[in-house]
Ligand binder design. Structure first.
Ligand SMILES: *Cc1c(COP(=O)(O)O)cnc(C)c1O
Length: 381
């Protein structure tokens, strides 16, 4: 490294690298992949790239961008999600939080009197975004498995029958990786003759692979979704968090906003937008593609079954939703949470088997889990 950093500063950077290596090898609690390699794109870090504006808009006076790449990424996911060929639009966000914000903002403009129905198992960004936008909302109970409670949803929809219904469906809840069924949701809307409705699918983690599951969850555009968000740094993998939001173009165009200074449309939440993520996501779809996502999924499913069986063999009460890569276990100690970055919620901890996790890491984790569990048993005696 040619620069004028002091020896101490150089050492600090080296320490960071060692720290990151260690932590990445002990990373079970989050749905974030780490088997990516974008090193051939490092040369692009020296340009002041910015995807400000709408990448589909012809024009735009800020031209150091990767709009072309961004559009290809949107096209790829629009196809994966069966979006209508001439009626989709999207952009690369900073993550699913921003995507959820964008979708809710869109629904606020489309249906100002709408009520947002969201389950108690939704990611915390939903409630925050509802608060930010001052939206009317109803929190819906969740079933034991984490799925939305359809009968509670029906009850609340009935109470607000005259108002537009904005539904947040989870395609993989954050804690239990439960998937809501938008076919069931639409049945409820139909029975109660809700004319104006909008379904947003929060598919932060599972969106990248859910189309390859058998049975396939109902969540895409052909099945009634009006928008879908996925996180780019979760199943696909990226050193910079990002998200991909796809909406119906006809909806987005109803609320579009031209801005003179950039000679483009200001239809995104942030003005300046990270252009390197678009390039990373483009590289991922070109090198991994549909087939790669599918084979990564199959590999993860196999490893998840392996891990699940092993945990059950330890007589630890483990549980998982069908086809989920998330395994729930009774709350583990702070020590284990810290060592393996295990996410914990109340009485439950969970581990997630995503690309990058190896059998070797799993076996090491299982040894620690076994030790801890045996100690608990000893204490009981
Ligand atoms: C992780 C997650 C989010 C937030 O995604 P970020 O990309 O971290 O902003 C939203 N919804 C669900 C269901 C998630 O699991």
């Amino acid at each position: 490294m040619k620069n004028n950093l002091t020896t101490d500063e150089l050492a600090k950077i080296d320490q960071l690298e060692n720290y990151l290596i260690k932590k990445t090898n002990h990373f079970f609690g989050y749905p974030v992949t780490f088997d990516f390699d974008y090193s051939c794109l490092y040369k692009f870090l020296k340009y002041p790239m910015n995807n400000i504006g709408d990448s589909y808009y012809e024009g735009g006076s800020y031209q150091i961008n990767t709009h072309d790449f961004e559009r290809e990424v949107i096209d790829f996911y629009a196809q994966l999600f069966n979006a209508p060929e001439n009626d989709y639009w999207g952009y690369i966000t900073n993550g699913s939080t921003e995507g959820n914000l964008y979708a809710l903002y869109l629904t606020k403009r489309l249906y100002p009197s709408g009520v947002v129905y969201f389950s108690e198992e939704c990611h915390y960004s939903i409630e925050k975004n509802i608060d930010l936008l001052s939206l009317r909302s109803e929190k819906i109970k969740a079933l034991e498995n984490g799925e939305i409670d359809y009968s509670d949803l029906e009850k609340k929809i009935k109470e607000n029958k005259t108002l537009p219904a904005i539904l947040i469906a989870n395609i993989g809840t954050t804690v239990k990786e439960a998937k809501d069924d938008i076919k069931k949701i639409q049945k409820i809307l139909k029975i109660h003759k809700i004319k104006d409705h909008y379904i947003h699918c929060d598919a932060a983690f599972c969106g990248s692979f859910a189309q390859f599951l058998t049975p396939k969850p109902s969540f895409d555009f052909s099945e009634g979704a009006d928008s879908i968000i996925i996180s780019g740094h979760k199943f696909i993998g990226s050193p910079i968090p990002c998200g991909i939001i796809i909406v119906r173009k006809s909806n987005k165009e109803k609320v579009s906003n031209y801005v003179n200074i950039i000679d483009s449309l200001d239809d995104t939440i942030t003005g300046s937008r990270n252009a390197i993520s678009a390039l990373f996501m483009w590289y991922a779809i070109k090198t991994i593609g549909k087939e790669g996502l599918k084979s990564k999924l199959l590999k993860c499913l196999k490893l998840t079954s392996y891990t699940f069986e092993k945990i059950l063999n330890l007589e630890v009460k483990a549980w998982r939703n069908p086809n989920a890569l998330t395994i729930l276990i009774p709350r583990v100690s702070k020590k284990l949470q810290n060592k393996w970055q295990v996410a914990t919620h109340g009485e439950l901890s969970h581990i997630i088997i995503k690309p990058g996790i190896t059998k070797n890491m799993i076996d090491k984790f299982l040894l620690d889990l076994e030790k801890e569990f045996k100690m608990d048993l000893a204490l009981l005696e």
